[in-house]
Design a protein around this ligand. Sequence first.
Ligand code: ADP
Ligand code: MG
Length: 654
Amino acid sequence: MTDSIISLENVRREFTAGDTSVVALDGFSLDIRAGEMVAIIGSSGSGKSTLLNILGCLDRPTSGTYRVAGKDASKLDADALAALRREHFGFIFQRYHLLGDLSAAANVEIPAVYAGVNARERRIRANALLERLGVGARGGHRPNQLSGGQQQRVSIARALINGAEVILADEPTGALDRRSGEEVLKILKELHREGRTIIIVTHDADVAARAERIIELRDGRIVSDRRTETTAAAGPVAPAARTTTWDSRPGWSGALRRLREASRMALVAMAAHRLRAFLTMLGIIIGIAAVSSVVALGNASQRKVLSDISSLGTNTIEVFPGKDFGDARAAKIKTLVLGDARALARQSFIAGVTPTVSTSTTVRYRGNESNVLVNGVGESYFLVKGAKLAMGRLFDADAVRNIERQAVIDDNTRKTFFADDQTSGIGRVIWLGKVPCRIVGVIAQQQGGFGSNQNLSVYLPYTTVQAQFTGDRALRSILLRISDEISTNLAQDAVTTLLTQRHNTRDFVILNTDDIRRTITSTTQTLAFLVAAIAVISLVVGGIGVMNIMLVSVSERISEIGVRMAVGARRSDILQQFLVEAMLISSIGGIAGILIAVLLGTAVNIAVPDFQISYSPLSIGAAFLTSTGIGVTFGFFPARRAAFLDPVVALSRD
Ligand code: ADP
Ligand code: MG
């Protein structure tokens, strides 16, 4: 038959569950011409719904061929079948299958959304259809605010919005009272008069009597196919002209439009389940806030440590006696002597030499007494160590040469003895053991450097300390400042060679500020890496949370997915909808996490002015991308699951 819009040939449909199989359609042929109004009747389980699902391209026959407008449906891929459902078929279900989160008008618009009709035209068409079906005033209502008859009119409007030529109705009056059922039938009849093909599944003989052709099924076979007398004369009617202006822009703008629609749907779903969306976000919020804070904190502490080290002075090396660093016998090793310092001072690559000696004794001033570390140093020691003078002056080279009893005290000593003294001790005489010394200066306290611990320290010329306290020529260390043009490592090698020659053995260790800086930098980097790893783990946990909730959400919304597929959503539309939802949830969570981290950082900066946390645009951007990436990664599996649901199985879920 050439004018058949629907043509089944020897179609069988078997369902296999385990090792039993049910034959729902037992191999029959059927032709339906464009413009016919057909009723399919039969008792429950006779195969009516199965037949309708195959006709609507929601299901495929196990064997046999099904041609829609001459095209073999088995040769069409999933997207082409979706397009058929979207643009040529209109489904009406017994229980309406409206989406509860959307208004009546929005429900009507769904097939047009997937068809790519622009928003303005969609709204106009939906309102016109609702008006025509007598529910024009109800467009803004939710399905649960409408009566059954009203919901079924809304679902008819949905079936018509893309100008369907074939209306497939599965027990459309089954859930309605007599009067509402009658009205729905009147509408279907009217659509038939417009030239549309109407196929109604029903078990009600009265309903069937309205059709011009009645096909009866029993156990998956056609047992009768007759025309009612009243309408037998009606000839085939031309299909309704579709007056549509498709907005199916290809390429980028089309993809963008679909993305916008998917985002809108995702936002509606999130708004309908706010608590769930928030709880899902929480994992991401905590994860991103933790990562951002930890990275910023790590950067800030590294910066701080490095600035503390730079107060140690640059380009200096210090030579200590002893075989190893921390040698317990170092104090007893007396091999490092003034002669070494003089020999080093003659080297061209050495810009300054300061021998140091030290001893501890008691300091007394006006009846107060305390333990003190007496450091004997050269005049350039303070410069090399990066010490800052707070008050008074430092002693000079003459004072060192003349073994003068001039003392520079640290801030701890000042606080201990001269807290209430206007002069801060400058010019006062203190007793170091039995030696009176005049205070000439006070050096400032420095983080991680001078006076950072609670011990009292006093600095005298090393000559004075040797003459008055230690008595011998052995040194605690030799502090060397290297000429700027010489690399520290090269200088260190030269010093090693020279001292090894003088001592005939290597009985000293060299401490290099560059080494210290490197060690501390690598330590803080290791630490930062460790903490970042923990933070990444927390992000993965957050991502798995997203996946979990998305999976729950997919299984909760299986019937919604079925409806969307029945009205023409492509797999990619469903995939996109859920993927965008996961992405939105995690990127909104990411933004919230970043905000929390910035707030925390600002609070820390205000509370601890000394410690400045800052967030670079780079790290904020990275955090945002990470959160979005988590959404895509962990949302993909649930979204794919949704997209590959079988529409018939999804629809039958309630
Ligand atoms: P009707 O709509 O006429 O009541 P159906 O087409 O729903 O009948 O079902 C026809 C037969 O196929 C029934 O025996 C039913 O149990 C079986 N059937 C329908 N769908 C499935 C399915 N998804 N899996 C297994 N059996 C099914
Ligand atoms: Mg049925």
